[in-house]
Design a protein around this ligand. Structure first.
Ligand SMILES: Cc1cc2nc3c(=O)[nH]c(=O)nc-3n(C[C@H](O)[C@H](O)[C@H](O)COP(=O)(O)O)c2cc1C
Ligand code: SF4
Length: 418
């Protein structure tokens, strides 16, 4: 029996993403119609009941975020759809945009209506430039049909959507950096406060949501929240699109109910490891996520189950690495990624990534010094606590969790591993 489900992805392959008529023929824009017949408060109650945590990685409660955004005073607000999807091993947002762009627009319109915004911005990563024309076309057709623009469906609510592209920097997925980028500045995060919910894009109150979060909102408004929360577990209701990649037989974006075990994800959905190789490790949530080993494969994929093992859902990436790779080489590649992507604004991240990488290099070559592990852990600790943004706070996750799960790979005696 299939372990995947189709709630968020229910429209995939069912209509032509280039045609609003095709979308309307399968019930498109029912979610917007339903939303416009409700008050903002009612929609926030539904979002709260859905218990959806933001799918961009930070897992902030969506109902709470929308409630806060709605209560910020101001008659000129902004909704941003974060389609930067820069996290390595994460391609679920691309799947939503490619296969169901109109549902994403519905999610943005609903979010705009709920928080009282007049303008929406899609921030699309540069590497998805091939999707620009698809989105432009979807926006134009939605305007032409009167679901976007002034006085949508005679509701008195007006909302416009604008499309922006990044220039290929991972850090621009961070909310305030993304805003700087749209404003034409270089991609570096802003100091907070003021928080972007109060003074974000062009200093207007701004709501930032991930593509998947917005698509879920539209699916929930169309099908009813009870249909959504019947999936999953009591603590982590609903479904999630994971990006399963690496050494599995069937990589891909899959919608799963929360609660499957990691073993079911990797072996039943992913078809196991190719060519008779053994699982070495997996990394959840992209390059900034943590590493786990085969010992914890029976952990349920829920926010709470993963947290017990020190893991996170993050962006929903599930990267599988088999025994053809050395743990230390894998960790080195992650650290190199962060050296490249650090924006350089703050010292802990700019220098810390480099220093940790130098130490990892010595482990790779087998000529590490006796105090190297201790020194690297001190750098990692400083980065976690003193970096200016989430990039520096999480860049050492793979390194630290590799030490925890594979101390012997670092030539470290068992007793130093925590
Ligand atoms: C370095 C960094 C990169 C990020 N990249 C993304 C991204 O590519 N897409 C995304 O949706 N969120 C990303 N985030 C999280 C966003 O800052 C923000 O929390 C999210 O877009 C909010 O939407 P959500 O509540 O729907 O998850 C990133 C955060 C950091 C610190
Ligand atoms: S932690 Fe500091 S250097 Fe690293 S990306 Fe954020 S602001 Fe830039």
């Amino acid at each position: 029996m299939s372990k995947t489900v189709s709630f968020i992805t229910e429209n995939f392959g069912k209509y032509d993403p280039n045609s609003i008529d095709s979308y309307l023929s399968i019930g498109g824009f029912t979610a917007v119609k339903n939303a416009l017949a409700m008050s903002s408060k009612e929609i926030i109650e539904i979002a709260t009941k859905s218990a959806v945590k933001g799918r961009g990685g930070a897992a902030y409660d969506t109902g709470r975020k929308w409630s806060q955004a709605a209560s910020v005073p101001g008659d000129n607000k902004v909704v941003i759809c974060n389609a930067d999807e820069g996290e390595p091993c994460t391609f679920k947002d691309r799947n939503i945009i490619e296969k169901d762009p109109f549902r994403l627009l519905e999610g943005m319109i609903i979010a705009g209506y709920t928080v009282g915004a007049q303008n929406g911005y899609i921030y699309l990563r540069e590497e998805y430039r091939h999707l620009r024309s698809l989105l432009r076309n979807a926006i134009q057709q939605t305007m032409d049909k009167g679901y976007l623009g002034d006085n949508i469906m005679d509701s008195g609510f007006s909302f416009h959507i604008h499309l922006y592209s990044g220039a290929g920097a991972y850090v621009c997925g961070e909310g305030s950096t993304l805003i700087e980028s749209i404003e034409g500045k270089s991609g570096r995060p802003r100091i907070k406060p003021p928080f972007i919910k109060e003074a974000g894009l062009f200093l207007l109150p701004t709501l930032v949501n991930n593509v998947e979060t917005l698509a879920i909102a539209a699916a929930v408004l169309q099908n009813g929240v009870d249909d959504y929360i019947k999936y999953g577990t009591p603590d982590s209701p609903g479904t999630k699109i994971i990006s399963l990649a690496g050494n599995v037989n069937k990589p891909g974006a899959y919608e799963i109910p929360f609660g499957l075990t990691l073993r079911e994800i990797i072996y039943d959905i992913g078809g196991g490891i190719p060519d008779g190789h053994k699982l070495l490790l997996f990394q959840l949530g992209g390059a900034s996520g943590k590493i786990g080993s085969a010992n914890i494969l029976d952990t349920p994929y829920t926010y709470q189950g993963l947290a017990k093992e020190g893991l996170v859902v993050g962006s929903g990436g599930v990267l599988v690495v088999d025994d053809r790779t050395r743990v230390i080489d894998f960790v080195k590649s992650i650290q190199d990624f962060f050296i490249h992507e650090s924006c350089g604004k703050c010292t802990p991240c700019r220098e810390g990534n480099r220093q940790i990488a130098k130490i990892i290099d010595r482990f790779v070559e087998g000529n590490q010094k006796p105090d190297d592990l201790h020194t690297a852990e001190r750098f990692a600790n400083i980065m976690q606590n003193c970096s200016f943004c989430g990039l520096g706070e999480t860049a050492q996750s793979a390194f630290l969790t590799a030490i925890k799960h594979f101390p012997e790979e670092f030539g470290i005696q068992q007793e130093v591993a925590k």
